[in-house]
Design a protein around this ligand. Sequence first.
Ligand SMILES: [Mg+2]
Length: 139
Amino acid sequence: MSVLKKLLVVDDSQLIHNMYRLVMNRYQGCKISDAMNGLEALDILSKERDFDIILLDINMPVMNGIQFMEKLHKENLYRNIPIIVISTEGREEDTLRALKLGAAGYVVKPFKPHMLHELIEKIMARKKGPAASPVTAGA
Ligand SMILES: [Mg+2]
């Protein structure tokens, strides 16, 4: 599977970054960039914008996932890069807020790798499609 070529993961936990590297083994040759918070992600995006997808944690220091999405929304930045929000059980209001701000989809922690794979592949298929279809949440 090589639908995914370049991924930006935004999470404040190094362990989670390691976990995503395993989960993304499915996409051979996929290049993964790690950001530890929204501000680091903005810095990376200011230099490289050709990411296929952004995986975004919500709870992070410095700039959290919602603040990151608010900034992108307000300044109309990187609209072409779909964002998958990694949400936490019991924090539905964050998920809804992120979807309102333009998230392409979400998974709720803890999730099984195949749920993330399915969502990624659905989003990548939609990107390649002839017409943009409405955004739908979830896997
Ligand atoms: Mg976190």
